[in-house]
Design a protein around this ligand. Structure first.
Ligand SMILES: [Zn+2]
Length: 702
């Protein structure tokens, strides 16, 4: 059973801005959400579809520390990269936001303030490691030490990666701070907790009730049952960290909200941002604060606890004291995982492929189609290159593309590109028209029930039947023997091309727009009404457009290349993922050299080793840093466009290379006497050049 609502709010899990998205993410939450939304829009329902980057939490600050850049630089890099990857994948979000926006901070703080003022949160004192040198409390991953189980000396405060044991920082032997290396002291700190346990009964009722109304997936129900069986525990809402949403409470200014608390609220702030951008700042209320809205939250299985338990409990807590009531998810259709060539995607092992890399070699539609046919809806599934090729060549090209092209080519050749009229229908004609008429209903039933493989499978079955109809009708024979019969066959085939173009558009939108133009139609396949897609709507005499091959086949050699590159390309992608920004691809071709110069030309440039004494941001510039450098006994100011790549505090004390005889210049009103040397790659990553060993400042570079 499913709830039919005319207004639908759809959210897709916020991807974490600490790395590029890979194919597994697409199959988990994003493609299913997009298929659902595109379908519902064609059902002419009022849909808003939001997502955004999740930009807080310790893994991001750890990455920033490792690279010596700011957390903002990390989230900017991956927010931008993932925004582009989603665009290339043709995700049809109404808004893609980010949780570092002030609007989001305000939203999250509103919830905290409300819960705190109403006495819902409880404060608990606890012992935590503190770095006396850095004057900071240390979140779990900021403490390292010796594993009490396997004696690995590099164990992290949350887990030993060598033996896999989950740890708490206090269990480590010889603990040390990851920031300063100092032995941390134990200090008392206090944190606010959300009483999740006291919502357990209501949460169980809520899930039972929604499952009865909208048929929840068995895997999701099983996960939540497991959590309930263990009993829900209080959850810390705050932590000691610099990066995140500040706790809006006097005396707690050094703390931030725990990322789980603020991230789920990102759906609300993304919808608010969408409304504000559209010039109707209150429009978000229509979706979130109206009980007649249906809310569907698409996620991967690793997110079940946050969307089926934590987020609903937070919304219940809010609703208990406000007349305006937030809607809770009516369904949380979580998918299992997609593997890659038989193994789990792994950034650290370099196994898998990032979306951006994939779409630099293939268009989005074949990937969307293949992932749709192998979505991990009930159990884990597997991406293989061979199957990708087979789905593209044997189904998309041989069944769907072939039917479209043979129909349009026949019309062009035999009827001069004008749609012939239908005459009397025989039983074969009637049968295929009936199937076309029925397909929106059967496919739509699966789409409503979040069974997208089956839904699109029904549409592909119509394409199969259409090909068979073409073959059985033998229009190449009737063209001479019975022209009226031939005209009827081709009229019907062309109507079927239109029907397929509409019904396939959720999964292969760009291909269907090309098909639409080949039919000589204006507007867009994806804005047609779903329900009437099966009706023969093209009038006789309609001039068809110019046709071309709709689906291109992928050659064996191309797939052989992919299989050969399996380890290597994944390695390159993984390296560039941990170190580099927007486009994780294999090593790009080297640019040809500039014009040749003589040694004397080169000697005109006076390069010196310099030491950075101080560094700060240039006001009102997000690119420039102002460095005070020492070159031997000389001191100068150098302004450099590296603020997006380096945090100023990480540069102090570093040896760099400067151009010592460059004419002084003013940048944003700041005098710059010289230029520092840095290398940048095609992806925009920038690294400062440094002497490979220790050498005095002022030394000449030759
Ligand atoms: Zn261990």
């Amino acid at each position: 059973m499913t709830i039919h609502a005319e207004r639908i709010l759809v959210t897709a899990a916020l991807p974490y801005a600490n790395g590029p998205i890979h194919l597994g993410h697409l199959a988990g939450a994003y493609l299913p959400a997009d298929l659902y939304v595109r379908y519902q829009r064609m059902k002419q329902r009022d849909v808003v579809f939001v997502c955004g980057s999740d930009e807080h939490g310790v893994p991001i600050t750890i990455t920033a520390d490792k690279e010596g850049v700011t957390p903002q630089a990390i989230v900017d890099r991956y927010h931008e990269a993932n925004t582009k990857a989603f665009e290339r994948f043709e995700m049809s979000f109404d808004n893609y936001s980010r949780t570092s926006l002030p609007l989001h901070h305000t939203t999250a703080q509103e919830f905290f303030r409300d819960f705190h003022a109403r006495g819902i949160l409880t404060e608990k004192k606890e012992q935590q490691f503190y770095d006396g040198q850095a004057r900071k409390f240390l979140p779990d991953r900021y403490v390292e030490g010796t594993c009490p189980v396997c004696a690995n000396t590099e164990a992290r405060g949350d887990q030993c990666e060598k033996c896999g044991t989950y740890l708490s920082p206090m269990q480590l032997l010889n603990p040390r701070s990851k920031i300063s290396g100092a032995v941390p002291e134990v200090r008392e700190t206090s944190h606010w907790y959300f009483p999740l346990g006291s919502y357990q009964r209501r949460l169980e009722d809520y899930i039972r009730n929604r499952d009865e109304r909208d048929g929840w997936k068995e895997n999701v129900l099983n996960y939540t049952r497991g959590w309930f069986k263990d009993g829900l525990q209080d959850r810390a809402v705050t932590r000691d960290l610099d990066w995140g949403v500040r706790v809006p409470l006097e005396g707690y200014e050094t703390k931030v909200l725990y990322v789980w608390f603020d991230a789920v609220l990102g759906y609300i702030s993304s919808t608010r941002e969408w409304a504000a951008k559209a010039g109707t700042p209150d429009a978000w209320r229509r979706y979130w604060l109206d009980a007649s809205t249906k809310y569907v939250a698409f996620i991967g299985k690793d997110n079940v606890v946050f969307h089926c338990i934590v987020f609903p409990a937070m919304l219940m807590a809010w609703n208990d004291a406000h007349t305006e009531q937030y809607v809770l998810p009516d369904n949380v259709p979580a998918n299992e995982f997609l593997n890659f060539e038989g193994q789990k995607f792994s950034k650290s092992r370099g196994w898998g492929i990032y979306v951006d890399e994939f779409l630099s070699r293939y268009p989005a539609d074949p990937l969307r189609y293949y992932l749709c046919t192998s979505l991990p809806e009930y159990r884990d599934s597997d991406f293989t290159w061979k199957e990708f090729q087979a789905k593209n060549n044997n189904e998309l090209a041989d069944i769907f593309g072939n039917f479209v092209n043979r129909t349009l080519a026949f019309c062009a050749r035999t009827f001069g590109g004008i749609l012939p009229a239908r005459g009397e229908l025989d039983s074969r004609d009637q049968a295929i028209l009936d199937l076309a008429d029925k397909t929106p209903v059967t496919a739509g039933g699966f789409m409503e029930a979040y069974r997208f493989r089956d839904g699109m499978g029904e549409v592909m079955n119509l394409a199969r039947a259409a090909n068979k109809y073409f073959n059985d009708s033998e229009p190449w024979k009737t063209a001479k023997s019975d022209p009226a019969r031939c005209a009827t066959t081709l009229n019907i085939c062309t109507q079927l091309v239109r029907t397929l173009g509409i019904l396939m558009s959720p999964v292969i939108p760009a291909t269907c727009e090309r098909l639409w133009a080949m039919l000589g139609l204006t507007g867009s396949a994806s804005t047609q009404a779903w329900d009437t897609a099966g009706a023969p709507a093209l009038p006789a005499g309609h001039p068809l457009g110019k046709s071309a091959i709709l689906v291109t086949k992928i050659e064996d050699e191309v797939i052989e290349q992919e299989l050969k590159g399996l380890g290597a390309s994944a390695d390159a992608a993984a390296t560039s993922a941990t170190n580099a920004p927007s486009t994780p691809t294999a090593t790009p071709a080297t640019d040809p050299p500039k014009d040749l110069i003589t040694l004397d030309d080169f000697k005109k440039v006076d390069l010196r080793v310099a030491t950075v004494l101080a560094a700060e941001r240039v006001p009102r510039s997000d690119k420039l840093l102002k460095l005070q450098v020492e070159v031997g006994t000389d001191r100068r100011q150098v302004v450099a466009g590296i603020a997006q790549h380096y945090a100023p505090e990480n540069l102090v004390g570093k040896s760099i290379i400067v151009v010592y005889n460059l004419q002084p210049a003013k940048l944003m009103g700041q005098e710059s006497q010289g230029m520092l040397l840095a290398a940048s790659d095609a992806a925009g990553r920038l690294v400062i050049l440094q002497p490979a060993g220790s050498i005095e400042s002022g030394s000449k570079v030759k």
